[in-house]
Write a protein that binds this ligand. Structure first.
Ligand code: NAI
Ligand code: MG
Length: 382
């Protein structure tokens, strides 16, 4: 898997720079201060992304942004606000049906377009962080990033031909029998063998490379038998190739309870897209909250790094939120590019700032601003 592939550092890089909206631009600006100070040489190319561009041009991930990503070495993404569910697409675009566009999450779109099938989310409690749930937590979540309920095959209005086939095939079980197409909706959960095997293999390869002891597959195969059954079976097949690493299985509901009860029983977790999304926020909260959750969307030849959090609109423009999640995402990006020393320098500086506890943003019980936190990380290099 690519997160382990050795890359040769380059004298300079082209980085797609996607701050997005809400708190995205603030945390990205703060991260740039750190990237410059660590001596990372790059040209940053700004890309438009988000709801604002959907409103103005009917595309939240415009073609010009996709082009930038195609020639970048990797990208850093801040956050975007999703389309509010109550805004009807027809209100903005009366001709929407003829033009054939409906809102699609640009992040999900980007992950699928570039086949960024690994969502890697390390969750580590840094020593001295008063926001830690427990000291000594070091979990890594592998979330499948292109399939499952995020496959994008959805029907807010169910077409007659689909209703007919489903009613026929599901016999008496269909809860939608006799309902008209606008009385129910369908989101398809689609999981493939290839998609399931490659994410589980990525988790095991990571475990091997990082001397991890155990991989736990997260599922709900006792109920969601077809798709989660396939994911679980695929995991079992792949696990046999890695005899030196323990393999464990857990239901998604149960693991939310077990993770809180004893996080030290777990090491590397691998899950289909939706469960991975959910457990990674849970794991982020155990290591101080979303201000510490960093994330890499990784494919074979391209990767986009981002904080796990969203655009937190209520804090936008206040220079108040914690930039460490994005700074740590940038650290993951440097690691992926092969800039190991610079990545380590960022990691050590972040650990030092947290350990010393003098500069703390509001979520850590302090009053430091976003940019003051970035400056503290820079000072900790020296
Ligand atoms: P959120 O992650 O934006 O914020 C939830 C809460 O977490 C905030 O109110 C704040 O208390 C805390 N938080 C988040 N980032 C923080 C930081 N850097 N420092 C300190 N505290 C932080 O989730 P929410 O409010 O559910 O979603 C807001 C918008 O973001 C929605 O439109 C949602 O769809 C979108 N979103 C976008 C994502 C992305 O761009 N990748 C991911 C998740 C949500
Ligand atoms: Mg999420």
């Amino acid at each position: 898997m690519n997160s382990q592939k050795k890359r040769i550092p380059k004298p300079s890089y082209l980085i797609g720079w996607l701050p997005g909206d809400g708190i995205g631009p603030e945390v990205c600006n703060a991260t740039r201060v750190v990237l410059d100070a660590v001596g990372f040489k790059a040209e940053y190319i700004h890309g438009d992304i988000g709801w604002e561009f959907w409103k103005s041009e009917g595309n939240a991930l415009p073609e010009r942004t996709i082009d930038i990503l195609k020639y970048s070495d990797s990208a850093l993404f801040g956050a975007i606000t999703s389309k509010p569910a109550q805004v009807a697409e027809e209100e903005l675009f009366p001709d929407i049906k003829e033009r054939g566009f409906v809102y699609r999450s640009p992040i999900v779109h980007m992950r699928q377009l570039f086949d960024l099938y690994v969502c890697l989310r390390p969750c580590k409690s840094y020593i001295g962080n008063s926001a830690n749930y427990r000291e000594g937590i070091d979990l890594t979540v592998f979330r499948e990033n292109t399939e499952d309920l995020y496959a994008g095959v959805e029907f807010s209005y169910v077409p007659n031909e689909l209703a007919r086939v489903l009613t026929e095939l599901s016999k008496n079980f269909a809860p939608f029998k006799n309902l008209s197409g606008d009385e129910y909706a369908i989101s398809c959960k689609i999981n493939t063998k290839k998609g399931s095997e490659r994410i589980v293999r990525a988790a095991f390869e990571y475990a091997l490379a990082h001397n991890r002891k155990k991989v736990t597959v997260v599922h709900k195969a006792n109920v969601v038998r077809a798709t989660d059954g396939l994911f679980l079976d695929s995991a079992r097949v792949v696990a046999k190739e890695y005899q030196g690493i323990a393999f464990d299985e857990a239901n998604v509901d149960a693991i939310c309870m077990w993770l809180l009860k004893n996080p030290f029983n777990y090491d590397v977790l691998v899950a289909p897209n939706l469960y991975g999304d959910i457990i990674s926020d849970l794991c982020a909260q155990m290591v101080g909250g979303l201000g510490f959750g960093c994330s890499g969307n990784i494919g074979e030849n391209f990767a986009v790094f981002e904080p796990t959090h969203g655009s937190a609109p209520k804090y936008a423009g206040m220079n108040k939120v914690n930039p460490l999640a994005t700074i740590l995402a940038a650290k993951m990006m440097l690691e992926w590019l092969g800039e190991i020393e610079k990545a380590m320098a960022i990691e050590n500086a972040v650990a030092r700032v947290i350990r010393e506890g003098r500069v703390r943003t509001y979520d850590m019980g302090g009053t430091a601003t976003t940019i003051e936190m970035a400056s503290a990380v820079v000072e900790a290099f020296f």
